[in-house]
Ligand binder design. Sequence first.
Ligand code: FES
Ligand code: FES
Length: 162
Amino acid sequence: MAEKISFTINGQLQTVEVEPDMKLLDVIRDVLDLTGTKCGCDNATCGTCVVIVNGRAVKSCNTAISKVAGAEIVTVEGLANGMELHPVQKAISESGAVQCGFCTPGIVMELVAVLDQKPTASEQELTNALNKHLCRCTGYEPIRDGALIAQKLVQERVAEKN
Ligand code: FES
Ligand code: FES
């Protein structure tokens, strides 16, 4: 039976009335029309559906909507500040890591979550995070380069704020 479930997404409080076992991914795309989050495999393998829930990167294709009641969710649509891209978006696009772009939102959200938690993450920690993501186009090298540039930009932003 459908239930009312409330959460915050990209800074806005939302209430949806859906079956509690509906996938977060389907709510994001089909109910809220936030189609930046992609569905690559629908079985928790590819990482294209990653969003941030309470500060952590989460695969939305294997998360039931009932599990995010009261949570703070961020999707790729919530990153830019007006026309100004988030540093991770900027770095990934400037490093040549975007070819077809299908994997990009998930990778960006993963890196934002990791770098928000730990701007000084080691290269190995960044690689471990990226290993959860499949990309059929780039050969991964530009994505790794982009992650390192992203880290630099995030660190600069943290330094500016302090
Ligand atoms: S669509 Fe969720 S991991 Fe592939
Ligand atoms: S850029 Fe095409 S799947 Fe990664």
